[in-house]
Design a protein around this ligand. Sequence first.
Ligand SMILES: Nc1nc2c(ncn2[C@@H]2O[C@H](COP(=O)(O)OP(=O)(O)OP(=O)(O)O)[C@@H](O)[C@H]2O)c(=O)[nH]1
Ligand SMILES: [Mg+2]
Length: 371
Amino acid sequence: MTDGVTIPFIMKIPKIMFKIGERVMKLGIVGLNQSGKTTIFNALTQRTGESAPPGGHAVPVLGVVPVPDPRVDWLSHLYKPVKTTYAQVTYLDLQGIPGAAETKQEYIALLLNHMRPMDAFLMVVRNFASPVSGAAQVDRDFHELEDEFVLADLGTVEKRLERLALDQKKGKKMPPVETELLESAAVLLNEGKPLRSKPAFAAAPELRGYTFLSAKPLLVVINNDDEDPDLPQISFDPVEAMVVRGKLEMELTQLPEEEAASFREDFGIQESAVQRVIERSFSLLSLITFLTVGEDEVKAWHIKKDTLALDSAGQIHSDIQKGFIRAEVVACEDLRRAGDYPAARKLGLVRLEGKTYPVQDGDIINFRFNV
Ligand SMILES: Nc1nc2c(ncn2[C@@H]2O[C@H](COP(=O)(O)OP(=O)(O)OP(=O)(O)O)[C@@H](O)[C@H]2O)c(=O)[nH]1
Ligand SMILES: [Mg+2]
């Protein structure tokens, strides 16, 4: 397909340019003490043991994990590139929490302090009998932490409303939208409900600066014992919840693939639960994938849903954004049906899109730009 104009076209982008511009989205692993957070973090990131030195300070440990994607597998098979790069999610686990955080409250306060800047949470809830904390009580444990989110946010809202009322007494004007939002947030939080239960709060630009804990997207991972594959009775809606047998999954990641496969069969695990957690983490962050292809590299890039072509170009490099001319786009599914790029082009499946095109999940994009 052609748009009838000769377009300066730079195919090869210097490798160094790929390093810049990607914003890392982070999921914080939260949960009560000894719920299996580090076990699940290790299963997700294929590590063993604690990374924090014992007896020291609380240390945030980051783990970067590739997001499984059959489209990338197929494109890599088609192009046989030097390098294949999957989209990534980053998890943060707070390890080595010092003995000084003795009470549950202190433990949670310290944990949440570190977790506040995260983009979303993965909450681990214990569903195995523990020598420290006794029989599993999934509902109770979930609500214990959720209530802490709600209380912390209510504290923030009330403090801010008091401040605004004081300012008003001194003759300052109250910002009307923010005040109204805070007042209705206070009502919701007073009912014990998280801000994420009203998407309007989570999305409101006037509230963004507050980094409310209960507004962040949440994926609940119920950490079952080895022999138990089932989701227990739970009463927390509308949160996303899934079951992982954390200890088993962590042990599996430490085995050679053949042995792990035979274990998986024995325990009736079709797809690694860990892979599902990673996939769900990615969509929890409202991310979609676009792809760039070539003999050098097949690469999956993550962007927020509804990102325009111009901003997607900026994800790769600011120069590509600045010099943006057109985006040459083919949906990965269309390419698959056509068989290869020239065939897709012949069938008219390769489109030229402008700056304001909202990039779709699975788009393969070739940016045309001027530098
Ligand atoms: N039976 C059983 N034990 C588990 C499971 N997951 C974790 N554990 C055990 O529970 C204990 C705590 O696990 P961790 O992963 O350290 O829990 P944590 O939430 O990181 O603990 P802190 O960081 O100290 O709060 C360890 O002894 C684990 O071996 C599980 O699925 N089943
Ligand atoms: Mg831990």
